[in-house]
Each structure stands twice: as structure tokens, then as C-alpha cells.
Design a protein around this ligand. Structure first.
Ligand SMILES: Nc1ncnc2c1ncn2[C@@H]1O[C@H](COP(=O)(O)OP(=O)(O)O)[C@@H](O)[C@H]1O
Ligand SMILES: [Mg+2]
Length: 499
């Protein structure tokens, strides 16, 4: 090894760059509230300007508070307090949230804290950092502390913390009207927090958390409509998942099947998160220590009738942080494929999907079992039939990996409407008069070849099959199975076809 040379970060440049991490206003507020909840606060008050002369946002809590020494450390980028390990109910993670979230929205962060009756306060002011080009925090005297906005909130409690944001340069640059913009952010923030923290807000015991925004008390949303009598609460199951050291922790999965939209009252629509996304917001709701991290995602799970109205509550303890990559902003998370698979399996099991699929949709009654049809003929009760588009048809692979969950939900709506609007009558008349042009034009085969190539390259991506096998599979699938001549053209394609 060579010589060790100290190479410390450049304060003003790093601090400025960190502002661009991509926090939204509401997720930045949520990160501050995570700290309050981790500090066992049960009263949290967020103060937004009530008139244009107020130019700050404050987040006040009655949590454990910090001593001057602890607050000094908490202000540090990469605070050391939790080096020894985090408690099970800690919502923090990287030792950055307080600073990064705050300064992503403003240039001046003041934190006042009270513990054992003693007040302390420090300020990060980006303008001072830029001037001094070093990591200087401002330490406030008792007199200065008394002048800090909302510091009197702490007078009523034995301990607590107030975080104040000031100097909203981004908002001021993009709009002259800070008051109006903060007013808008206030209502977005209220909705966001009502969802993210609904489990804390809706608790009925003394561990419940009260969040006020100015004089408005937040009510938790209820994405599972647990109190609705038509919500079908399925069996809860626990999946043991090993952390990096091989120690197992329980992930719990609790599926709910929500009522049909027609059974929802106006207030149900509101507390479930709004009707405009009632369907597109179905999916997994993933919580880390009861705080919602990701929601309304299906993680590439194939959509079907049975999961159309399902929301699945998944609880992951913070001990498993290392296996499911959560980002610093807690705005997204990636679930490893192995865990995803087990979640999906658990959902199938609990919802008896394999069994119920057939009875729900009827039995497919297509002419030839060895062909994968695009349109399935479904036999229902009493000798009646319907036609449905086969959602697991290979043609859907063309979009499988590219489509967002919202787009997928919308696609499902389109497919349903296509199915509900098949012009059976007109087709019947035209067919009986022999006036349907079923002899595809000359371009059809070239067109199909192009589509087949696209699908083959997707099938080959998995790496588990050969080109020959992919072609063979395609030739059992509509529309390709109707053109046996394609085989020759496609097998050859592998050798002379360009990349
Ligand atoms: N509202 C608060 N009350 C008590 N302690 C706090 C509060 N906010 C932050 N802290 C302390 O400051 C530390 C750093 O916070 P933060 O930068 O958000 O990182 P993290 O939450 O990942 O630890 C926390 O671990 C906690 O000890
Ligand atoms: Mg934090």
C-alpha cells in the first residue's frame, strides 16, 4: 500500500451538490418527521406561513430532544450517533436525512432542541459555508435561541426539537410568490403525510402520533379500507428472510381485496387515496417499520382479474435494510428478485389464485390445446361463451419490461373495453355474407417476420433458450402459428440477420 494522504471533501461544493439529490418538498418533510417519530414524539406540528410576511417552515416535535453535544453530532453530514447500531423502531438510516432533506429545499437550516430542560441550537447556513469554504455550523446563545421562530413550542414540553427551514432560493427563483407556493406545498404535503404515516396517525392506543399542519389535524388514510365491510381481508402470512449475516427476520404479507368502486361512499373514496387512482394504486404497499416506502406497484407481476382490486400490505423490519436497497430519500426501494418471487407466491397462495382463476373466468374452450391463442374462447355457465384477450399471450412480452405499473393498469382498462366492445353482430353478418377480407396482403408475412424477430430477441435475453427453441415456441403462438413458412425465414435469420 502507498502513503495515506488525507483528501477531505470540499464543503461548499459538496453541500451544494447534495442539494440536488432529488427530494420533493413533501418527501423532505417526511424525512424530518421520520426523525421525530424515531425520537418517540407523539405531537408533531408543522408550521407553514399564515401570511406573506412569514418566510419559514418549521417542524416541531415533543420527542426525546438532544443535548448540545448530540445536536452538534446530528448536524454533521454523516452523524455518528447511531454507529453502534439502530434500534428496531428507528426510521433513520444514513445519518444524512436531517441535513440533506432540509437543504434540498432551502439555504438555511436551524435546529433547536431541548433535553433535560436545556436548550441548544445550531444553524447550517449555505451562504456562510460558501464564504468560509469549510464546514462551519453556527452555535446559538440562549438569547439567540429565544428569537428563533417557534422555539417557544418547546417551552410546553420537557423535551423536543424544532427544525426551521428558511431562505427558499429555489422557490424564490422560479416564482416571485413564496407564500403562494408554500401554500400549495402545504396541501400536497398534508396528503402525502396522511398516506405515508397512516399507520402512526390511525393508531388507537397511546403510541399514536398526532400531526398538525398549522391548525389542521392530519387524519391517516386507509389504503386497505380495513373498516369497510366489503373489504375482504385475506390470511396474513410471514416469510422468513435472511439478512446479510444469515439471520432470519420475518416479513409479513397481508393481502386485502378492496370493494368494487360502486360500493364506495364519498368518504371511502377519499380515505382510500382518491378514486382517480383507485385501480392504478392497487398493488404492493411496502412498509419499513410501519412507514410507507413504496406503494401501488406490482413488480412485474402479471395482472389478472383477481388482483385487480387487491392491495397487499408488506411489513419489512429495518434489520433487512441491506437486502432491499432503500434510497437515501426513502422515495423508492428495490426489492430483490428472490424476495419479489416469494411475495408473489405468497399472494397467489393466500388468494387461492390458481384455484379461483378458472371458476372466476370460466374455462377456456379453444379449438386446439397446443396453440396459444390471442383471443380465448371462454365457456361460462349454461352453454354460453365469451371471448377474452389472453393476458399471458406471448405477444405481451413485447412490452413486459418497459411498461410502468400505471401504464399497465391503463392497458388493462383498454383490453377490457376492447373485449366488451367486440362487434359480434356485425362480424356475424359480414362473415355469413363472406365479405371479410381474411386473405392478408403480401406485406403480412414480412410484417410478421419483424414482429417475430422482436419477440425472439426478448426471449433470448433470458439466456436460457436457443434461437431454434424460441422459434419453435413462437410457432405455437398466434399469430405466428398460422404461418408455418415463417420457420424457414426465422431460423435463417440468426445467421444473416443483423444485430
Ligand atoms: N427530531 C429529532 N429528535 C431527536 N433526535 C433527532 C431528531 N432529528 C434528528 N435527530 C438525531 O440526529 C441524527 C441524524 O439525523 P439524520 O440526519 O436524519 O440521520 P438518520 O435519521 O439517518 O440517523 C438522528 O440519528 C438522531 O439521533
Ligand atoms: Mg433521519
Amino acid at each position: 500500500m502507498g502513503v495515506l494522504k488525507e483528501n477531505k471533501p470540499t464543503a461548499d461544493i459538496l453541500m451544494t451538490s447534495m442539494r440536488a439529490m432529488g427530494y420533493s418538498f413533501e418527501s423532505a418533510v417526511a424525512d424530518i418527521i421520520d426523525n421525530s417519530i424515531s425520537a418517540h414524539a407523539n405531537e408533531i406540528v408543522i408550521r407553514f406561513p399564515e401570511n406573506p410576511s412569514e418566510r419559514f417552515v418549521a417542524i416541531c416535535d415533543n420527542g426525546d430532544g438532544m443535548t448540545q453535544h448530540e445536536l452538534f453530532d446530528a448536524m454533521k453530514y454523516g452523524s455518528e450517533g447511531k454507529r453502534g447500531g439502530r434500534s428496531e423502531d428507528d426510521l433513520g438510516r444514513f445519518g444524512l436525512g436531517l441535513k440533506a432533506a432540509s437543504l434540498s429545499q432551502c439555504r438555511k437550516l436551524t435546529v433547536v432542541s431541548k433535553k433535560n430542560g436545556v436548550y441548544s441550537a445550531y444553524i447550517w447556513d449555505l451562504d456562510i459555508i460558501i464564504e468560509k469554504k469549510d464546514w462551519f455550523v453556527v452555535e446559538c446563545s440562549d438569547d439567540q435561541i429565544r428569537d428563533i421562530h417557534c422555539s417557544d413550542f418547546l417551552d410546553e414540553y420537557p423535551s423536543g426539537t424544532v427544525v426551521i427551514w428558511e431562505n427558499f432560493d429555489f422557490i424564490e427563483k422560479s416564482s416571485g410568490d413564496l407564500y403562494a407556493v408554500l401554500n400549495e406545498k402545504m396541501s400536497v404535503t398534508a396528503d402525502y403525510l396522511s398516506l405515508i404515516f397512516h399507520r402512526f396517525l390511525n393508531r388507537t392506543d397511546k403510541s399514536s402520533v398526532n400531526i398538525m399542519i398549522n391548525n389542521y389535524q392530519l387524519k391517516g388514510l386507509d389504503p386497505f379500507l380495513e373498516s369497510h365491510n366489503k373489504t375482504n381481508i385475506r390470511r396474513k402470512i410471514s416469510i422468513p428472510i435472511a439478512d446479510n449475516e444469515g439471520k432470519e427476520h420475518m416479513v409479513t404479507v397481508q393481502p386485502y381485496i378492496l370493494p368494487f368502486q360502486k360500493d364506495l361512499s364519498a368518504s371511502d373514496k377519499k380515505i382510500s387515496g382518491g378514486i382517480e387512482n383507485y385501480r392504478s394504486a392497487q398493488g404492493f404497499y411496502i412498509y419499513r417499520n410501519e412507514r410507507l416506502i413504496v406503494w401501488g406497484k406490482w413488480f412485474n407481476r402479471p395482472r389478472d382479474e383477481l388482483t385487480k382490486y387487491a392491495r397487499i400490505k408488506v411489513d419489512i423490519p429495518n434489520a433487512l435494510d441491506d437486502i432491499w436497497g432503500i434510497d437515501i430519500k426513502k422515495q423508492s426501494a428495490t426489492i430483490p428478485a428472490s424476495v419479489r418471487k416469494r411475495l408473489n407466491k405468497a399472494v397467489d397462495e393466500v388468494m387461492d389464485i390458481s384455484v379461483r382463476k378458472q371458476s372466476y373466468r370460466g374455462r377456456t374452450d379453444n379449438p386446439d390445446d397446443s396453440v396459444e391463442y390471442i383471443w380465448e374462447r371462454i365457456s361460462q355457465r349454461q352453454g354460453m361463451y365469451t371471448y377474452r384477450i389472453n393476458r399471458s399471450s406471448s405477444v405481451f412480452r413485447l412490452i413486459e419490461d418497459e411498461i410502468s405499473d400505471t401504464a399497465r393498469a391503463h392497458l388493462e382498462m383498454i383490453l377490457e373495453e376492447i373485449e366488451n366492445n367486440v362487434p359480434y353482430q356485425q362480424i356475424y353478418i359480414d362473415k355469413s355474407q363472406n365479405v371479410i377480407d381474411e386473405n392478408q396482403d403480401d406485406g403480412r408475412i414480412a410484417d410478421l417476420e419483424e414482429k417475430a424477430e422482436a419477440m425472439i430477441s426478448i426471449m433470448l435475453k433470458s439466456g436460457s433458450i436457443s434461437r431454434e427453441e424460441a422459434v419453435a415456441k413462437l410457432l405455437t403462438v398466434e399469430p405466428f402459428c398460422n404461418y408455418p413458412d415463417l420457420r424457414e425465414r426465422l431460423i435463417g435469420g440468426g445467421t444473416h440477420g443483423g444485430v
